[in-house]
Ligand binder design. Structure first.
Ligand code: UDX
Length: 433
C-alpha cells in the first residue's frame, strides 16, 4: 500500500514510521521545511524511545520518505491520513480544527483519482462529515471516502502501543474504504488485534469517550487518595484491592498529582464542548475536569504544608517536570502549576528533568535548572518528586539528604516506601498513604 501521512508531529510520525515498518510505502508530509530537513538528516523532532532507530531502518529500506510537497504525495496514494494537531482553541476549549480543515483543502486541491482520506487526528463528532463535504466539492467525479481511525497510543510507549494495540477502530460505512483499511492494518489483525468497524460518528466519539473514561479513573483514585490520607488508609492497597476485580481492572489507578499531557486535558474539555453543543451535559466529565485542575494547584499547597506552612525564602528542588516519564512533553504538566504556586509563595525553585528542561526553560524562566537530582537538592529545604522517571526511583537517599539544608521529601508519585525515606533522615509525605 502507498500511504501519505499529512502532519509529521507525534501521531503522524509514529504512525508513519510504524506503517512503513509493516512494509507499506509511506510519505510523511509537513509544512515545516526545517522539520522535514531534520527528519531527512535522521534527527527526531520529539523524544520517543525507539523512534530514531525505527525511522532510520525504514528510511534505509526505502519505505519511508519525508516531504513538504503535499500535492505530489497525495497523487497515487491508496490512503491519505490527516494527523495534524487539534489543540484547545484559545478562550473556549473547543478543539481547534483549523489545521484539519487547512490540510483537507490542500488534499482536495491535489485529488487526481479515487481516494480514501483517514482522520487520525482526534476530532469532534461530525468533523468527518465536514471533511467529506470539502473533499467532494473539489473531487469532481472521483469517488472519495472519509474514514475515522482514532489513535490510542501513549507518549513514551507509542511504538509498542501502535504495534500491539488493544483494538483498532475504523469508522466508515464505505465498503471500498473498509477494504483499504483492512489491507493497511493486515499485519496487526493477523497478530490478533481486534478490529472494530463502526459508523464514522461513533468512531469519533469512541476516542473522546476512552480518554474521558481514563481521565475519570485517575481522578477517582486521586480523590480516594485524599480520603485515604484523611482516614488513615493506604491508596495503593485500595487500588490493588479494587483493581483485582476484573470489572474494574488494575490499570490507571495510580494516584498522583493529577493528569496532564497533550490528550486528556484538551480532549475532556472538547468533549464537554460537544456535549454543550448538543445540550446533553456529561456531568461526570465536568466534575473530572474541575477536580483535576484544582488538584494540580493543591499539590503546591501540599509541599508548602510539608515545609511547615511557610515557603517564603525556602528552596525547593523539583524532580521531574514533564507530564509523565519517557517524554519531553510539558503540555499541561502538573509541574507547571506546582512550580507556579511555590514561586507565588516566595520559594526559590531548582529543578531537574532528564528530557524536559529545554522546553521547561522557556515556560518557567524563574527556575534554576540543574544537571541531576543531587545538584538540584543541594542546599534545598525540600525535594519534591513530581514525575516518576526511573532515575529518581533509586536515589541514594543518604547522599541526597547530606547535601540539603532541610530534610523534607514530598513524593507525589509514591515512588518510595515511607520507612526507607524516613530511615535516611527525611520527613516524608506522599499521596494517599
Ligand atoms: C493518553 C492515552 O493513554 C492514549 O490512549 C491517548 O491516545 C492519548 O492520551 P498519554 O497522554 O500519552 O496518553 O499518557 P498516559 O500514559 O495515558 O498518561 C496521561 C496522564 O495521566 C499523565 O499525566 C499520567 O501521569 C497520568 N496518570 C496515568 C496517572 O496519574 N495515573 C495513572 O494511573 C495513569
Amino acid at each position: 500500500m502507498r500511504i501519505t501521512m499529512v502532519g509529521s508531529g507525534y501521531v503522524g510520525l509514529v504512525s508513519g514510521a510504524c506503517f512503513s515498518d509493516f512494509g507499506h510505502d509511506v510519505i510523511c508530509v509537513d509544512k515545516d521545511a526545517d522539520k522535514i530537513a531534520a527528519l531527512e538528516a535522521g534527527k527526531m523532532p520529539i523524544f520517543e524511545p525507539g523512534l530514531d532507530i525505527l525511522v532510520a531502518t525504514n528510511v534505509a529500506a526505502g519505505r519511508l520518505t519525508f516531504s513538504t510537497d503535499l500535492k505530489a504525495a497525495v497523487s497515487g496514494a491508496d490512503a491519505v491520513f490527516i494527523a495534524v494537531g487539534t489543540p484547545s482553541r484559545r478562550g473556549d476549549g473547543h478543539a481547534d480544527l483549523s489545521y484539519v480543515f487547512a490540510a483537507t483543502r490542500e488534499i482536495a486541491a491535489a485529488i487526481d483519482g479515487p481516494l480514501v482520506v483517514v482522520t487520525k487526528s482526534t476530532v469532534p463528532v461530525g468533523t468527518g462529515d465536514k471533511v467529506e463535504e470539502i473533499l467532494t466539492e473539489l473531487a469532481g467525479d472521483f469517488p472519495i471516502a472519509v474514514v475515522s481511525n482514532p489513535e490510542f497510543l501513549r507518549e513514551g510507549a507509542a511504538i509498542g502501543d501502535f504495534k500491539r494495540p488493544d483494538r483498532i477502530v475504523i469508522g466508515t460505512d464505505d465498503a471500498r474504504a473498509q477494504q483499504v483499511m483492512r489491507d493497511i492494518y493486515r499485519p496487526l489483525y493477523l497478530n490478533e488485534s481486534p478490529i472494530l468497524f463502526t459508523g464514522r460518528r461513533t468512531s469519533e466519539l469512541i476516542k473522546y469517550a476512552a480518554n474521558a473514561f481514563l481521565a475519570t479513573k485517575i481522578t477517582f483514585i486521586n480523590e480516594i487518595a485524599d480520603l485515604c490520607e484523611a482516614v488513615g488508609a493506604n491508596v495503593q492497597d485500595v487500588a490493588r484491592g479494587i483493581g483485582l476485580d476484573n470489572r474494574i481492572g488494575s490499570k490507571f489507578l495510580h494516584a498522583g498529582p493529577g493528569y496532564g499531557g497533550s490528550c486528556f486535558p484538551k480532549d475532556t474539555l472538547a468533549l464537554l464542548k460537544t456535549a454543550e453543543d448538543y445540550e446533553t451535559p456529561v456531568r461526570i466529565v465536568e466534575a473530572v475536569v474541575q477536580v483535576n485542575d484544582t488538584r494540580k494547584r493543591a499539590m503546591g499547597r501540599k509541599v508548602i504544608t510539608a515545609l511547615g506552612g511557610e515557603a517564603k525564602g525556602k528552596t525547593v528542588a523539583v524532580l521531574g517536570l514533564t507530564f509523565k516519564p519517557n517524554t519531553d512533553d510539558m503540555r499541561d504538566a502538573p509541574s507547571l502549576a506546582i512550580v507556579q504556586s511555590l514561586l507565588d509563595a516566595g520559594a526559590n525553585v531548582r529543578a531537574h528533568d532528564p528530557e524536559g528542561m529545554e522546553i521547561a526553560r522557556a515556560m518557567m524562566p524563574d527556575v534554576v535548572y540543574c544537571n541531576d537530582a543531587y545538584e538540584a537538592a543541594a542546599g534545598s529545604d525540600a525535594v519534591v518528586i513530581v514525575t516518576e522517571w526511573d532515575i529518581y526511583r533509586a536515589l541514594d537517599l543518604k547522599r541526597l539528604a547530606a547535601t540539603m539544608a532541610g530534610a523534607v521529601m514530598v513524593d507525589l508519585r509514591n515512588v518510595y516506601r515511607p520507612g526507607d525515606v524516613e530511615k535516611a533522615g527525611f520527613s516524608y509525605s506522599s499521596i494517599g498513604r
